[in-house]
Design a protein. Sequence first.
Length: 261
Amino acid sequence: MQVDVDHKSLVELCKAPPFCEFLQRCHPDQQGKLTAALGRLGAGDVKEDDLLAIQMALEIAQESDWALGDDQQHRIQREEVADTDRLALLHPQRHTNVRHSIHVYGHSAALCVEPTSHGEQGPGGISDPVVHTITFEMAQRRQEGGGYNWSQKIQFRLTRRELPLATAAVLGLIPDIGFSGHGPSKDKRLDIRNQRGKVFVRLQQRSTVLAVPITCEDLFMVGTRLLEALVRNTNGLDQSLVMQLVRRVAEVYVDGHNNAQ
């Protein structure tokens, strides 16, 4: 998220009804933090963390369909607010143990790397134990009004077998890799390619193609989410051993790919 902004314009946006209403309904802990940040913004002594918090809250207030009923908890539309960092603005105590998703913002699209768990269907209809993996989501940048169109995002959930290979590609152990045949219509494809100075991630569904470069600033956190999912699937196996296995998977893949050429 950009922090090089017009402070005067930001103050005016925070005075608008959507933000004021959001601030009133925000969780008291976050309400206090945002109020303090707004005070520093008005005094011209704003910090980078203040700007990030204010911009995140503004995006929720302006783009999300959320409401508070008489007997309801605070609610945010999932398609618009894709990461638990934003959910924590409303109820931080409910999200202290959630493994947060990571967002990477590109020029034409944004990427969300989200920890996911699900049960896989085994032979004969028998459900396998819960599988921890990663879902890649991409949304196109809006032509007008700023932000990204998360309501029309493309989602790609890695299978248990794809997860180690995707991790190896993100970590640079495999130059590039592609996975296809996902979705009800088998029309989704994910490509991860190591390029100079970045890891390029591309999602495609039919004729729609979205791509985001992951640079060094975001690569560490994206890599940790993939490794965390692998570790959680091993029932307590040491993390260093998991990493050794990822390296071995990459070696076998590269050898097989080279021999096939």
